[in-house]
Design a protein around this ligand. Structure first.
Ligand SMILES: NC(=O)c1ccc[n+]([C@@H]2O[C@H](COP(=O)([O-])OP(=O)(O)OC[C@H]3O[C@@H](n4cnc5c(N)ncnc54)[C@H](OP(=O)(O)O)[C@@H]3O)[C@@H](O)[C@H]2O)c1
Length: 270
């Protein structure tokens, strides 16, 4: 059973996590939003979430602790909460920070989960990958899956994939925004009113994602299903293929993966 949850760092991602947990039927009063910025906590008071600026106390009183601060602040937070997390689940969303560092900076009995969500947590449509320290039990994993499931799709992965996942889905909403923007401009170019062009573009991207995930359809099949001989789609695909959009996406993700690795190398993770 999931009991008390503390979310340390209630900014963009921490805030979205709190709201998803509430939508997922975790009672607001069993969540404590924690942040050093008092103004970030105001909106949570209004929805019945407990708030605090005391990391150590919030962690001590919780059963599960989300650490959702920037990578450079993780070490400091772990030090502060160290006395109150023995035997508990600590879930970190910090990009690039490996399990080995997290494990090294908490009491041995602490159970650590490293997650990589994306901004789509805001609408409970995230992709969240997670990996666990070796002492995380089957029951803990069930709890983690239940919580992350409230934010969208989640799956356990080998930690070696985390940099690549950060590059594909962690940063992914940024790339998809470019696609939606481009499709919106395309709509404007052929005379659509702006709001219609934007709705057309955004809903088409979202629906296509659902076709892949819910129907388990290969993208190439969707492409075939929309392409009739001599029709409009093949005319458009012919133009798209000339633009080398696949190469651009592959290069972008390759560079983002390398960046994730190099950021870690530059952090002081001793
Ligand atoms: N945003 C995304 O799309 C995304 C996606 C995947 C993973 N993540 C990960 O999620 C984490 C948070 O990112 P974010 O975008 O939500 O950042 P954010 O909006 O800056 O939120 C972090 C919050 O934590 C606060 N904070 C800093 N130090 C603290 C401390 N010692 N105790 C309590 N609160 C503290 C920050 O206050 P200050 O502003 O004063 O520092 C800020 O309000 C990062 O590690 C990031 O890698 C983010």
């Amino acid at each position: 059973m999931i009991e008390k949850i503390a979310v340390i760092g209630s900014g963009m991602m921490g805030g979205a996590i709190i709201k998803s947990l509430i939508k997922g039927k975790i009672p607001a009063a069993s969540i404590t939003a924690v942040d050093i910025q008092a103004d970030k906590l105001k909106e949570f008071v209004d929805i019945g979430v407990l708030t605090s600026n005391n990391n150590a106390k919030a962690a001590l009183e919780a059963d599960i602790i989300f650490v959702i601060v920037k990578p450079g602040d993780v070490g400091k937070v772990l030090k502060e909460i160290s006395n109150g997390i023995k035997g508990k689940l600590v879930i970190s969303a910090a990009a690039t920070i490996p399990l080995s560092y997290l494990v090294k900076n908490v009491p041995v009995e602490t159970k650590i989960v490293r997650i990589m969500p994306n901004l789509c947590v805001m609408v409970q449509a995230a992709y969240t990958a997670y990996c666990c320290s070796t002492n995380v039990t089957k029951t803990d994993k069930e709890n983690v899956k239940e919580l992350l499931g409230m934010m969208g799709l989640c799956e356990e992965v080998d930690e070696k994939y985390m940099d690549a996942i950060t590059a594909v889905s962690g940063s992914g909403p940024g790339y998809m925004s470019i696609i939606i923007e481009a499709l919106t401009y395309a709509g404007l170019k052929v005379g659509l009113p702006r709001n219609i062009a934007l709705n057309c573009a955004a809903q088409t991207v979202m629906g296509t994602g659902k076709l892949v995930t819910e129907l388990r359809t290969e993208p190439s099949k969707i492409k075939d299903m929309t392409t009739t001989p001599g029709g409009t789609t093949i005319e458009a695909i012919y133009q798209i293929e000339k633009s080398k959009i696949r190469t651009a996406m592959i290069r972008a993700v390759e560079e983002a993966t390398k960046k994730s690795q190099s950021i870690r190398e530059k952090l002081d993770l001793s």
